[in-house]
Design a protein around this ligand. Structure first.
Ligand code: SF4
Length: 123
């Protein structure tokens, strides 16, 4: 199988890791370029099930700001990012909102929630 290059984002070093399937290798992959073991898990995850966190904002009325910052409670599959962003873009809230409130539960069936990352009281 072909070799894939990924940049590890687990720490600021940002190792460039090469990964290729190899059925005879202990983990099933040949992995090079990682400076620590965390890079091994990261590279395998990135190859088999890449995920990302989303940070965005939603509309809110009745507060001193017109946008409320939100984020995913956990990383979501990379292929679901656009679907989830469409759901986030549909949201229109009314203040008050507390930091940590669930804005969307189980967004697009990912079992991940969209959470408020700050409180906005009503005015
Ligand atoms: S492999 Fe280790 S040292 Fe390199 S970026 Fe990832 S966590 Fe940092």
């Amino acid at each position: 199988m072909s070799k894939n290059d990924v940049i590890c984002v687990v720490c600021p070093v940002g190792c460039k890791i090469s990964i290729a399937e190899n059925k005879d290798a202990e983990l099933g992959y040949d992995i090079e370029g990682n400076k620590c073991k965390k890079g091994i898990n990261y590279a395998i995850e990135e190859l088999t099930n890449p995920t990302r966190n989303i940070a965005s904002t939603v509309c809110i009325e009745g507060a001193h700001l017109t946008r409320l910052p939100v984020k995913t409670s956990e990383p979501i599959p990379k292929g679901k990012i656009f679907e989830c962003m469409n759901e986030i873009n549909k949201i229109k809230l009314t203040a008050p909102v507390k930091m940590g409130d669930i804005i969307i539960e189980n967004v697009r069936g990912t079992e991940v929630n969209i959470l408020a990352t700050r409180s906005l009281p009503d005015i």
